[in-house]
Ligand binder design. Structure first.
Ligand SMILES: [Fe+2]
Ligand SMILES: [Fe+2]
Length: 238
């Protein structure tokens, strides 16, 4: 297996990840015992989820910041990640020994290989050309934190939209919602406002901010997020 070196810049780390995934794909294309097949599949899922978190934390924000067509490119890459996530979920729900799961695995490998090729041939060289070495070492996510920074999605959530941000509206929100969250924290003995999920929520909110402002296209997001963005923008007269 290719090895990670703590001194590598982010792009080199991502390329090492790509090679790790490719090795697992080649393994899966060969003859494997049922147990080894299950193992390799589990490693592929874990590796791709971890890799996606690392890219969404550094690569896509960096593309938006540094590349001329970065917003459009990042939106497209993110929608490809969503498609890969959808296939991973489908694989997780199927029996890996059942030949019926093979077409999904094939489609997943084709999608990931195409995505990797575009990143390595176009996006990484473009970033290397415009970023300083310091910028290429920034904002890496330590491996131990990745489970806390991973949002698998597809969880029920509540969204409260206020027509206008006024003291009364904010007070209503605090009374209705923050008080409930505070009491739950007291009952469970945790600080409700100092949890990984809160940080993750802020990060995700930061990612959709350009779409909320109408600076980027919302079609890159899943249908429920896209509908929410459309509703928000409509209520702002867009
Ligand atoms: Fe990617
Ligand atoms: Fe990648």
């Amino acid at each position: 297996m290719p090895e990670h070196d703590p001194n590598d810049d982010v792009l080199t780390e991502l390329i090492v990840d790509h090679r790790e995934v490719e090795e697992l794909f080649v393994k899966l294309e060969g003859d494997l015992s049922a147990e080894d097949r299950q193992d390799a599949l589990e490693q592929v899922v874990a590796e791709l989820v971890r890799h996606a978190v690392a890219e969404e934390a550094w690569l896509y924000p960096a593309m938006r910041d540094f590349l001329d067509d970065g917003n459009a490119l990042a939106d497209r890459e993110i929608s490809e990640h969503h498609e890969v996530e959808r296939m991973l979920k489908e694989l997780e729900g199927s029996d890996p020994h059942d030949p019926a799961s093979l077409p999904v695995l094939q489609a997943l490998m084709t999608a990931v290989r195409g995505h990797v090729e575009e990143e390595e041939k176009q996006i990484f060289p473009a970033l290397k050309a415009v970023c300083t070495p310091e910028q290429l070492h920034e904002r890496d996510v330590p491996a131990a934190l990745i489970p806390h920074r991973t949002s698998e999605g597809n969880r029920p959530s509540s969204v409260l939209l206020l027509d206008r941000l006024t003291p009364a509206a904010l007070g209503t929100l605090v009374a209705l919602y923050e008080h409930k969250v505070y009491i739950e924290g007291v009952l469970w003995g945790i600080d409700s406002f100092d949890q990984w999920g809160v940080e993750l929520g802020k990060e995700i909110a930061g990612q959709i901010l350009p779409a909320l402002r109408g600076e980027t296209d919302s079609s890159a997001y899943d249908s429920s997020t896209a509908a929410l963005i459309a509703r928000f923008r409509a209520s702002n007269g867009d």
